[in-house]
Design a protein around this ligand. Structure first.
Ligand SMILES: NC(=O)c1ccc[n+]([C@@H]2O[C@H](COP(=O)([O-])OP(=O)(O)OC[C@H]3O[C@@H](n4cnc5c(N)ncnc54)[C@H](O)[C@@H]3O)[C@@H](O)[C@H]2O)c1
Ligand SMILES: O=C[C@H](O)CS(=O)(=O)O
Length: 465
């Protein structure tokens, strides 16, 4: 499953910089060899009975659950997240194998008669071919399985380039797939420190028929323009800037509980993370006080030592987050609450923080923070709220807490987002279509729609008398 590479690169713990493992460093030649093998494997895999693919995916689900402790430890070591977050990620990631084991036997098709008669329309779905999959470091298991599972269910084969920060989890998943019965060559995990040349080589190769990318909007734009040359089938899961709205009739304690999940899961490094909190003036003081108390109680430390908040991915990323806070404070914001970062911890740890009095045009409101900082803004007029919440190029997730279902659905329906959490701070679910509008992406992952991303319809026009 892993093509040979002459050189290896070191993978480090984001907290300490200690080397936690090494991965093969593939260049474009090795990456194209992986494509050749995936292409060779395609004819046989795409012709397997759906029930067989389903059973292999079920075995992959069981394999991941059996390896839960080992995978969680690997994720903590290379990503830094808390052990609890890592275990939750393994469960979530494995669930994509179970969901698509169940979908593999339900590839859709249809039969109809043309209105004028004399012609039957038969629509079938065929796997698109070899899929190139590119994933980020923030959820090293789930972002891989969210692509691999529907690709295999559809009958595609795949080459996967994980982020250079977190290749070890993807390599371990590759081994689990082999043990589950995925044929040699059908899924290649291709770590590299040369992302651009490797991915460009794939996108230029006619044997590659699909790109599914998860990462930043900036890199997504670059890859989309490369895909234009070959009019390549693409799925894009990109950045976000989720508003979290608290209405005047919301249950404030429930809103605080949801806010803790929406903001602090994975230390704020989720594309779905609440980036801006819009709280109605009538409940703003109560919300900030209770939210602040919960934030102050967060335990910051190493992921494998019982902490709730681990480091962010690098010291550079942490500095960037702190600069956003400083910029907001220079613009009039106030650090209302923060957790304590033990003094012995290195620079990659950022204090979970609640900011109040933040200006609507502050960089921290406009940019994806990707860290444990919560800017709170106060609203009174619903039309102004909607205008401010939608004033972003992103449209991935949004959250609304409101007492009346009517208000929640009305506000939620006016937000430009692909996913809206109503009275809950988590929208990620393998059985639901994950994805964004505007510059947060194209296409969906999870649910039935996630399978469609790896299928192409063929329509047969059949004459009959
Ligand atoms: N919408 C989603 O489902 C989703 C999920 C997770 C993360 N994200 C987004 O991902 C970003 C954080 O992840 P990141 O920092 O790893 O993103 P990134 O865009 O820097 O990297 C993502 C992947 O692309 C590769 N890459 C980087 N530059 C490339 C290039 N020029 N050509 C080809 N490949 C390249 C990286 O090696 C990595 O594998 C955030 O913006 C976050 O919102 C989105
Ligand atoms: O970073 C965003 C990912 O999609 C992770 S999750 O699906 O929200 O867990």
């Amino acid at each position: 499953m892993e093509p040979s590479a002459d050189t290896r690169f070191e993978v480090t713990d984001p907290a300490t910089g200690a080397v936690v493992g090494t991965a093969p460093d593939h260049g474009p030649d090795a990456a194209l060899k992986a494509v050749a093998e995936a292409h060779d494997a395609f004819a046989a895999w795409s012709a397997t009975p759906p029930r067989h693919r389903s059973e292999v995916l079920s075995a992959a689900h069981r394999g991941m659950i059996a390896a839960k402790d080992r995978l969680a430890a690997l994720i903590v070591s290379e990503n830094g997240k808390s052990r609890a977050d890592a275990e939750a990620e393994v469960g979530y990631a494995a669930e994509f194998f179970r969901w698509y084991a169940e979908e593999a036997v339900r590839i859709p098709g249809s039969f109809g008669t043309a209105p004028a008669g004399g012609v039957h329309n038969i629509v079938t779905r065929a796997p698109v071919g070899v899929a190139a999959l590119v994933t980020p470091w923030n959820f090293p298991a789930a972002m891989a399985t969210r692509k691999i599972a529907p690709a295999l269910a559809a009958g595609c084969t795949a080459v996967l380039k994980p982020a250079a920060e977190t290749p070890l989890t993807a390599l371990a998943i590759g081994e689990i797939l082999l043990e589950a019965g995925v044929p040699e060559g059908a899924v290649h995990v291709v770590p590299t420190t040369s992302a651009a040349p490797v991915v460009s080589a794939w996108l230029s190769d006619p044997r590659v028929r699909k790109l599914s990318f998860t990462g930043s909007t900036g890199v997504g734009r670059t890859l989309l323009s490369q895909c234009a040359d070959r009019v390549l089938n693409t799925s894009m899961e990109l950045g976000g800037n989720a508003p979290f709205v608290v209405a005047e009739d919301a249950d404030v304690d429930a809103a605080v509980q949801g806010a803790m999940v929406a903001k602090f899961r994975n230390s704020g490094q989720a594309c779905t993370a609440a980036n801006r909190f819009y709280v109605h003036r009538r409940v703003a003081d109560t919300f900030v006080e209770r939210f602040g108390k919960a934030v102050e109680a967060l335990k910051v430390g190493h992921g494998d030592q019982g902490a709730q908040i681990g480091p962010v991915i690098s010291a550079g990323a942490a500095d960037g987050i702190r600069s956003l806070v400083e910029d907001a404070v220079a613009g009039g914001a106030r650090v209302a609450h923060h957790a304590t970062v033990p003094s012995e911890l290195p620079r990659s740890f950022v204090a979970p923080t609640v900011l109040t009095g933040v200006s609507h045009d502050a960089a921290i409101v406009r940019e994806e923070i990707f860290g444990p900082v919560a800017p709170v803004l106060v609203w009174e007029d619903e039309d102004e709220l909607i205008e401010q919440a939608n004033a972003t190029e992103y449209g991935l997730a949004a959250y609304v807490y409101a007492g009346s279902a009517d208000a929640a659905m009305r506000i939620g329906g006016r937000l430009e987002a692909g996913m809206v959490g109503i009275n809950r701070g988590l929208v990620s679910d393998p059985s639901a279509p994950f994805g964004g509008v505007k510059q947060s992406g194209l296409g969906r992952e999870g649910a039935e729609l996630g399978l469609e991303e790896y299928l192409e319809p063929t329509y047969f026009s059949v004459a009959h008398t």
